[in-house]
Design a protein. Structure first.
Length: 258
């Protein structure tokens, strides 16, 4: 009798171990488990750790809550100022409601990808080329809002959206290069003209000052001669004042007869 009782207990223990092995599931720290019992959602999502389900009756689906980095394929479109461009982006999102991500949408990753592509094409058509090149922060915010609005009902939260690259046609690149070159040349000419204006004002002031003191003109002439003479390969031509030549001419004439 005792042996039969021990055998029954052993059988029950073995059956319990088999049942526990079939019912035990492990949910990782970055996951949540969504349990369906005969096709119906069973309570809230299971927390990380060891959880038990009813074998052959319950089904558990694990949902990853980590941030997903999803590249958006390059989309070609025409901007508001009629320029054809190709723009690609990247979307960062995570699941905040595991049950909604499983029940409300068939494949939330595919849904977010398609919504991101559609929103990116819409942003291209509403923006100018200058905005795509230099005002990306505002476009990123608008793109994030467009994707996040329907994603809330899918249990998904859009963390960040970034436009990665804007590809332009070669003809547009050449046009922009010519425009930048012309703008730099314009600035150079303006700077040179401003320098000439300032120099002319200073020269006019110097000429006015020298006209009041003739000796200053002679000193400036001597300074110029010294500066030119410092170069060994230069030929120095020294001008003489007309008054000095007239003085020498009068000195060579014979005195008048007394």
């Amino acid at each position: 009798m005792l042996q039969e009782l021990l055998a029954v207990l052993a059988g029950v223990g073995a059956a319990g171990l088999v049942y526990f092995a079939a019912a035990a599931r492990v949910v990782k720290q970055y996951e949540r488990g969504v349990v369906f019992r005969l096709g119906r959602l069973r309570g809230k999502a299971r927390d990380p750790g060891l959880t038990l389900i009813v074998p052959a009756v319950d089904r558990i689906r694990r949902v990853n809550l980590q941030i997903v980095t999803m590249p958006v394929p390059a989309q070609e479109g025409i901007t508001r100022d009629n320029v054809t461009v190709r723009v690609d982006a990247v979307v960062y999102f995570k699941v905040v409601d595991a049950a909604a991500a499983i029940v409300n949408v068939e494949d939330y990753r595919f849904a977010v990808s398609q919504m991101a592509q559609t929103s990116l094409r819409s942003i291209i058509g509403k923006s100018d080329l200058d905005d795509l090149l230099s005002n990306r922060e505002k476009l990123n915010e608008g793109l994030e809002l467009m994707i996040d609005s329907p994603a809330i009902g899918w249990g998904v939260q859009i963390d960040r959206v970034e436009i990665k690259d804007v590809s332009l046609p070669e003809s547009m690149k050449r046009s922009m290069a010519r425009q930048a070159e012309a703008d730099r040349e314009r600035r150079a000419r303006v700077i040179n003209a401003d320098a000439e204006l300032q120099a002319s004002k200073k020269l006019a002031e110097a000429a006015k000052q020298m006209s009041e003191t003739p000796a200053a003109l002679q000193l400036r002439l001597l300074q110029t001669v010294v500066a030119v003479a410092a170069e060994k390969n230069s030929t120095l031509v020294l001008p003489f004042p007309v008054e000095l030549l007239r003085f020498l001419e009068r000195a060579q004439q014979p005195p008048p007869d007394q």
